[in-house]
Design a protein around this ligand. Sequence first.
Ligand code: BGC
Length: 388
Amino acid sequence: MKVTTTVAVFAAGALAAPNRRAAAAACSSAVKLDASTNVWKNYKLHANTFYRSEVEKAVEAISDSSLKAQAAKVADVGSFLWIDTIENIAKVEPAIADTPCEDILGLVIYDLPGRDCAAKASNGELAYNEISRYKSEYIDPIVAILKKNPNTAFALLIEPDSLPNLVTNADLSTCQESKSAYEEGVAYALKNLNLPNVVMYIDAGHGGWLGWDANLDPGAEELAKVYKNAGSPKQVRGFATNIAGWNAWDLSPGEFSKASDAKYNSCQNEKTYVQKFGAALKSAGHPSYAIMDTGRNAVTGLRKEWGDWCNVDGAGFGKRPTADTGDSNTDAFVWGKPGGESDGTSDSGATRYDSFCGKDDAYKPAPEAGTWNQDYFEMLLKNANPQF
Ligand code: BGC
């Protein structure tokens, strides 16, 4: 019920938006992305209509005129569109229709069987043993749409948290159950989405996750194993870091460098993580360029523990998407998580309630993962750096 309502609202937003040059179809030739280069130098992350319509509704709800004017500007920021259910595949074609030729449409592929095996807030619609549905009802239809639109450029972010969970949460029965479906599902996605108009980044958690000395090589080997099982698809460019995360880019000393266990982690900021994890990936035979989510990382010093991930209180919008990262290993800063959408509900009675969303450093009240939290959005805006 909730999902249906969301789609209806989004669809209306898509229709109301100007159809820029009947975008994709109007682009005159087939897109050929060279994944041995940084494609973000030539394309801008698209500010999709779905996030735009969420932000526009948020603007209406703000009475303070200067905050309202700032909020309106968020609608123009490029961000990834999460295809988090089979039903939400319906968002892809309207998003393509709105994408001008000079933009790249960012999509998050996020519907693995047994999704979010180490947490509860984003448990998905497919059970761990539904790999055949993942292939035929989720990946295959997306592949068909991307093939039908060869003139549009796509950046795909593949299955946040999935392979990292297999590396560090192998002791949980839920992650053990999901292991074969994650590996088979990600390989299937990489192999079949390997199209000339697509560039792919596989999620690699963040520096406070696979950046621990003991996790760097096992993490890189896990990604490389799946990539090779997929036939080493040439449109894979590397990995995504800090997706929906809170880490700073190059803060030094790093936010958690005073913690007692800091000596076991040589990746105290994301820039170092990109360098070290990228090097480990390279030795494991996996492409090693990164994109990093800077959507909500403007404020540091908020988390009690590095692993705290849910609706961090006091956060602010971070750097806008750009290919000017100043680092040759990092293709782009992107907005991965649409800021304002919740990470998980704070309602302890809900089925998907995760205790991380009830922690002292988590903003409350918060609605179900993926749904809009107006107060949180306004907080991100007030704390933005750079400001809007
Ligand atoms: C949720 C998804 C949502 C995404 C982006 C995830 O935490 O599980 O449903 O699309 O965040 O907000």
